[in-house]
Design a protein around this ligand. Structure first.
Ligand SMILES: Nc1ncnc2c1ncn2[C@@H]1O[C@H](COP(=O)(O)OP(=O)(O)OP(=O)(O)O)[C@@H](O)[C@H]1O
Ligand SMILES: [Mg+2]
Length: 301
């Protein structure tokens, strides 16, 4: 995709987005509500016309790909409307019929953990179960490329882990995946590369480990201030928050930890809650999407 732009009337939803996803890769789009993720995905899926820019999906312009392209794609929309009176098995069987080489329907039902609900009407599924059905609909056609728009929103934690396993299974089978998510652990667990989009533009891209300079950022050392001590007692430049947690940043964690733990051992002090880490993907993400005064990201021309 090169210089993709999309306006809805006066609202500029996407303003110059470039990215490439290689075959077999998992690419995650992250960004706040209204950032332009769904718009971008729907243009790739051929559901939405772009205002300008070049787009090729499996070598084909999605605006002109028609059925031949659609048969090679799996799509989980952010909001899917499924006939509420059909059963899980009926919905999937009907959908499988649109594809030349579908997966066996019962196998897909098992894969998404709806085995017990195969004969249940869609209207009687819980929210998370309906979302599992959406995921099933996205993979039943045995696609080469899958678009997942917030696939696990509404999933309980164990259902989310199962969904990750399912996605890993697709990856092992060589499927290419483009997803959006608001869960940073999901991006971390699944994505080879992530791009953060805000206000319709990519503000950072890279691997989950290196984006935003994560891998080279200063190490954080945290612990609770020992009783009866103040931050000045600590032999390093440190500040204690109102919650009594001491935080310090260092470029030389080996030396500073040595100083800190040496001091604590000598003085017989416990360093409760001692943690040593670098910024998480969520920390970096929040920094990247924070506007000057945390303005909502949508942009008006
Ligand atoms: N059909 C539409 N008509 C007019 N404006 C729209 C339409 N769809 C989206 N927008 C606007 O375009 C911008 C981007 O929306 P989009 O749905 O792409 O965001 P998103 O990144 O998917 O957000 P979310 O995380 O909430 O799903 C928003 O400002 C939204 O209000
Ligand atoms: Mg969206």
């Amino acid at each position: 995709m090169r210089d993709l732009r999309k306006s809805y009337g006066d609202v500029v939803a996407v303003r110059g987005v470039d990215f490439t996803v290689s075959a077999g890769e998992v690419f995650a789009l992250l960004g706040p509500n209204g950032a332009g993720k769904t718009t971008t995905l729907e243009i790739l899926e051929g559901f939405r016309e772009r205002t300008s820019g070049e787009v090729a999906v499996l070598g084909v312009d999605p605006a002109r790909g028609g059925r031949a392209l659609r048969e090679r794609l799996g799509i989980v929309l952010q909001d899917t409307a499924v006939d509420p009176f059909l059963t899980v098995r009926e919905v999937l069987t009907r959908n499988a019929g649109y594809y030349p080489r579908p997966r066996p329907v019962l196998e897909v039902i098992d894969l998404v953990g709806l085995g017990e609900k195969a004969e249940q009407r869609v209207q009687k599924l819980s929210g998370g179960q309906q979302r599992r059905l959406d995921v099933a609909l996205g993979i039943v056609g045995n696609p080469e490329l899958v678009f997942l728009d917030e696939p696990t929103t509404g999933f309980d934690p164990s259902a989310r882990r199962s969904a990750w396993e399912l996605v890993r299974g697709l990856i092992d089978g060589g499927t290419t995946i483009v997803l959006t998510t608001h869960y940073m652990d999901e991006a971390q667990a699944l994505a080879d590369r992530v791009a953060v989009i805000a206000g319709g533009q990519i503000v950072a891209a890279g691997t989950p480990e290196t984006i935003g300079g994560r891998d080279t950022a200063a190490v954080r050392i945290r612990f609770r201030l020992p009783p009866g001590r103040s931050a000045q007692d600590i032999p390093l430049l440190a500040e204690a928050g109102p919650d009594g947690e001491v935080r310090l940043h260092t470029e030389d964690e080996v030396r500073d930890l040595h100083t800190l733990t040496g001091w604590a051992l000598e003085a017989g002090i416990e360093l409760d809650g001692l943690t040593v880490d670098r910024p998480s993907l969520e920390d970096v993400y929040l920094e990247l999407v924070a506007g000057p005064d945390d303005e909502p990201a949508a942009v008006t021309r």
